[in-house]
Design a protein around this ligand. Structure first.
Ligand code: G16
Length: 545
């Protein structure tokens, strides 16, 4: 085998963020940039030689090039077997499923998630560990440390392999298997949900749905599951062919970027159910006819209805949500008498809770929901969960959510994003907020009294690790809340996220207010305490979800 050690110099910017290393494509195209990071992953691990690695990505620009390089580096570094998705395609949850099923030591997933793709768009590399989940902070820190001192990387000289044919080939001592990207994942879904019942419902003539894959990775998965296995009419899956630039769109399933689906569901003769997923298939948006389900409410509804679904019929061990996610699921947990955990933003923080069985369902306001079936959030899983509930309850999405609010109360919730803000200005805004925290408790703003104000810190209940500075929270005595944090996934400047939440108890007459109107007082308080306009130079958010 022809192994070369190529001399290189460290790059100073290879610190993984909320979800892997995400940069603009030209950054990854710099000489040795990708190779340095991949070698740093291998250098930070022990005990992987001779074992299995899962490899694939969301099909965005640079996916195929990177896969060929990584295969040759895996061979040079002594990986025993690499499972790579056909065409280089693997959704993030499918990769997690494969890692677990094949007892792989980990997976490398190539994706910048919901960020746009194409030659000027974003690219990313995530490393997942043997439980199938995103590498925890201690692993990403070790990779970063390795990237700061790297002097060379190893690669074999070999021809590119054919990624478009199911095959088993040798690359040096390493076996490379090009595998079906969809089958194992689809089988796992079929083991969790009542496919017979969903199929009957889907073909009953009483129900119509539309799924928008946004030209990203879920197209082939959604077609196989919804149209082939569940009998949805052909054409249910829109934009189902993954494209390198996602058709020029922004593969983020929210009200702004999935606008075609939103228009359809809010238009005349709308279908009963609409859903979309993101670049790498881990996010989801759920819509009913003329109705948007917030991700926080979606998590709460899934938790409250879990026993209707075969895979969860025995109930939930516990639930978990990220700190900025609304407390809607907390109220369900309280009623069910199960624990509810509040973690920092980032799916990696759910890993330990899922591994030791403290939580069964997890969710985030950023359109992520999932369970212990894999160790990633899972867009299509959430869609199938909703379909299973709809098939059993035979009510509209809106009726199900309204009944939920009647039982548990409504957590009005919204997120305001200020994108591409100057980094120093964003840091100054956060510092200014932090400097006010000690004096805030007891202060009143209009009708609201501050109960607590802090910078969220989390101690993992399983391994005791502590994660500090995870977002500034200002909580009021009536249960309302404002949270500020800077995104860890953006690639241009800084993105300020402002999360707003207010609680209206179980009086249905109070559940019809427009969300931004219901939150208007808190939007103003946020401006007063953080001086967002002054610091960002913007007079309104760039995205409201
Ligand atoms: C990633 C993480 C999520 C997180 C989200 C938002 O999602 O996996 O756990 O909630 O980023 O992060 P931020 O607010 O820091 O931008 P994805 O779908 O981009 O992998």
């Amino acid at each position: 085998m022809n192994v070369h050690t190529v001399s290189t110099q460290p790059f100073s910017d290879q610190k993984p963020g909320t979800s892997g290393l995400r940069k603009q494509v030209p950054v990854f195209q710099q000489r040795h940039y990708l190779e340095n990071f991949i070698q740093s992953i291998f250098n930070s691990l022990d005990d992987y030689r001779g074992k299995t690695l899962v490899l694939g990505g969301d099909g965005r620009y640079y996916n195929r090039t990177a896969i060929q390089t990584i295969l040759k580096m895996a061979a040079a570094n002594g990986v025993g077997r690499v499972l790579v998705g056909l065409g280089g395609i693997l959704s993030t949850p499918a990769a997690s499923c494969l890692i677990r099923k094949n007892q792989a030591f980990g997976g490398i997933i190539l994706s910048a998630s919901h960020n746009p793709g194409g030659p000027e768009g974003d690219f990313g590399v995530k490393f997942n560990t043997s439980n199938g989940g995103p590498a925890p902070e201690k692993v990403t820190s070790a990779i970063y440390e390795a990237s700061k001192t790297i002097e060379g990387y190893q690669i074999i000289e070999a021809s590119d392999i054919d990624l478009d044919t199911l095959s088993i080939v040798q690359l040096g001592e390493t076996t490379v298997e090009v595998i079906d990207s969809v089958a194992d994942y689809a089988d796992l879904m079929q083991s969790l949900f009542d496919f017979d019942r969903i199929r009957d419902f889907m073909t009953s003539g009483k129900f119509r749905m539309s799924f928008d894959a946004l030209h990203a990775v879920t197209g082939p998965y959604a077609k196989a599951l919804l149209e082939d296995r569940l009998g949805a009419r052909e054409g249910t899956v829109q934009n189902g062919i993954p494209l390198e630039d996602f058709g020029g769109g922004h593969p983020d399933p929210n009200l702004v970027y999935a606008h075609d689906l939103v228009e359809l569901l809010f238009g005349d003769n709308a279908p009963d159910f609409g859903a979309a997923s993101d670049g790498d298939g881990d996010r989801n948006m759920i819509l009913g006819r003329n109705f948007f389900v917030t991700p926080s409410d979606s998590l709460a509804v899934l938790a409250a209805n879990a026993t209707l679904v075969p895979g969860y019929k025995d109930g939930l061990a516990g639930v978990a949500r990220s700190m900025p996610t609304s407390a809607a699921v907390d109220r369900v947990a309280e009623k069910l008498g199960i624990d509810c955990y509040e973690t920092p933003t980032g799916w990696k923080f759910f890993g330990n809770l899922l591994d030791v069985g403290k939580a069964t369902l997890c969710g985030e306001e950023s359109f992520g929901t999932g369970s212990n079936h894999v160790r990633e959030k899972d867009g299509l899983w959430a869609v199938l969960f909703w379909l299973n509930i709809l098939a059993v309850r035979e009510q509209s999405v809106e009726d199900i959510v309204r009944e939920h609010w009647k039982t548990y109360g409504r957590n009005y919730y919204s997120r305001h994003d200020y994108e591409a803000v100057d980094k120093d200005s964003a840091t100054a805004l956060m510092e200014n907020l932090r400097s006010q925290l000690d004096s805030m408790p007891g202060q009143t703003f209009g009708n609201y009294e501050v109960k607590y104000a802090d910078d969220f810190s989390y101690t993992d209940p399983v391994d005791g690790s502590v994660s500090k500075n995870q977002g500034v929270r200002i909580g009021f005595t009536d249960g309302s809340r404002i949270v500020f944090r800077l995104s860890g996934t953006g690639t241009q400047g800084a993105t300020l996220r402002l999360y707003l939440e207010s609680y209206e108890p179980d009086d249905a007459s109070q559940h019809d207010t427009d969300t931004q109107t219901a939150l208007a007082d808190f939007i103003q308080i946020a401006e007063d305490v953080a001086q967002i306009r002054k610091h960002t130079g913007m007079d309104k958010p760039t995205v409201i979800t």
